[in-house]
Design a protein around this ligand. Structure first.
Ligand code: C2O
Ligand code: CU
Length: 480
């Protein structure tokens, strides 16, 4: 299903070798024109200090218009779905004032960000629930440049499933220029009735086993997005899958994507892909140059993905963004830089092997999901000691695919020979196919001791018990 390397690159060669006619970088026309695409609104930084970004988020019930002309009440951050984009630079300190105006408690989890344990947003474990009317201050340093996201970790199925999520873009101040016009694509789904109200899916075991998807596919909260482009214009899309269950498989006919980054920022080297896949929670950073005659259009779609029995709702490709080609000279491209990044190899020396089996079964005639056959509510923490490497064998013992997510730390993947997969990347969320075993190497870094969750990011599965906890300690408090 995943195509990592293409045999026949369609990607313009000029991208790699540069054109003879390439102008000097300073002539490069990067001036944005109104392209008709609806971008995420951005939070204003209220802190005058250079290296502090301070913003406010209000979680509340607000009227929202998903279908034009009909509004209904919806869980939102600052009145929108998705919530506003938080933009910062690597090395900045991010301060977020959360105010809870929901009729129920909430928290914020910073998906993919290496936060201190007390900032991880897991109620009853890393912080208390932020009750209605209360506030909470999140503050941490942004150690990595990448695309991340924020969402509650309380009543997650309900709160995230119904619209509480937003993106965090942490820029790299040292990044090479000319990577293309950058756009954040926050992809999610809801099921909206004709009258604008949100549809509740039946809460049956079958539907939960499959993982309920929303029928209305949204890009930055809008259906059927359009973007006017000049043929050959270089685009850089930073894509997030914030959907409750839906897998994405991005495709642009006749083109390939140059994938340069994943969850934890830029990869060791870019790879060309005919399609790019993103499971719930995952992010990618891709570069491509759509080409076409003025007046024609080209559709960026997501292809249907089979996640298991009864788990695929889409019957054909679904539109994400329609590129409409406009008159005008093709923008002259400067050569892409080499796009290499030096990444750390996560240590496997004397690693302890840990089996984490993703299980689905029935108890008393009811669906129970778990880790090693133990549902979340009955589970004991897994133990790890700072400085002692582990290899996690993620064993999918079920007929469904699961997006496995670890809080707080990145991992790398071992190939079938036991070597770290090329190109190296920093991952926090990864797909595990039915009956597949993935061998992951987490890096327990920065001495961030405490309790950290890992779970399936299909919200129905997590709620049904497919979650576990890692207790990272310095070893001193462990019984002999
Ligand atoms: Cu986005 Cu516990 O995860
Ligand atoms: Cu799952």
């Amino acid at each position: 299903m995943k195509l990592l390397f293409s045999t026949a690159p369609l990607f313009p060669l000029a991208l790699f070798i540069g054109c003879n006619s390439a102008p000097a970088a300073e002539e490069h026309d990067n001036s944005p024109f109104d392209d008709g695409f609806i971008r995420l609104s951005e939070l204003e930084d209220k802190n005058p200090e250079d290296d502090v970004v301070e913003v406010s988020l209000v979680a509340s019930v607000s009227p929202l218009e998903i279908i034009e002309g009909v509004s209904h009440d919806q869980f939102t951050y600052n009145g929108s779905v998705p919530g506003p984009l938080i933009r910062a630079q690597r090395g900045d300190t991010l301060v977020v004032h959360l105010k809870n105006e929901l009729p129920q408690g909430t928290t914020i989890h910073w998906h993919g960000i290496r936060v201190p344990n007390g900032m991880d947003g897991v109620p009853g474990m890393t912080q208390e629930v932020v009750e209605p009317g209360e506030e909470f201050r999140y503050e941490f340093e942004l150690l990595d440049a990448s695309t991340f996201w924020y969402h509650p970790h309380f009543q997650t199925l309900e709160q995230v499933g119904n619209g509480l999520y937003g993106a965090v873009l942490v820029e790299d101040p040292d990044e090479e220029p000319a990577l293309g016009k950058e756009t954040v694509l926050a992809i999610s789904d809801l099921s909206v009735f004709e009258d604008g109200t949100i549809q509740e899916h039946p809460h049956t075991d079958e539907r939960r086993a499959a993982g309920r998807e929303g029928a209305t596919l949204l890009v930055n909260g809008h259906q059927n997005q359009r973007m006017r482009v000049k043929s050959g214009e270089r685009l850089r899309f930073r894509v997030l899958n914030m959907a409750r269950s839906r897998y994405l498989e991005l495709k642009l006919d006749g083109h390939e994507f140059l994938r340069i980054g994943s969850d934890g920022g830029r990869m060791e080297a870019p790879i060309l892909e005919a399609t790019t896949s993103l499971v719930p929670g995952e992010r990618v950073d891709i570069i491509f140059e759509p080409t076409g005659e003025p007046g024609t259009h080209l559709d960026l779609v997501t292809l249907p993905v089979d996640r298991g029995p009864g788990a695929s709702t889409a019957e054909g490709p679904e539109l994400l963004v329609r590129f409409e080609f406009v008159e005008g000279p093709s923008p002259s491209q400067v050569e892409l830089p080499s796009l290499r990044r030096e990444l750390e190899l996560f240590s496997t020396s004397n690693a302890e092997e840990v089996d984490i089996t993703l299980t689905m079964g029935a108890a008393d005639g009811k669906l129970v999901m778990g880790i090693n056959h133990v549902p979340w509510s009955e589970s004991d923490p897994f133990q790890a000691i700072f400085g002692q490497p582990q290899i996690w064998n993620i064993i999918n013992a079920s007929a469904y695919a699961h997006p496995f997510h670890l809080h707080g730390f990145y991992f790398q993947v071992l190939d079938s020979d036991g070597n770290l997969e090329w190109p190296l990347s920093y991952k926090d969320t990864i797909n595990v196919e039915p009956l597949q075993t993935l061998r992951l190497v987490p890096r327990f870094d920065e001495d961030r001791l405490g309790m950290w969750m890992f779970h399936c990011h299909i919200l129905d599965h997590a709620e049904s018990g497919m979650m576990g906890v890692l207790h990272l300690s310095d070893g001193s408090e462990l019984p002999e």
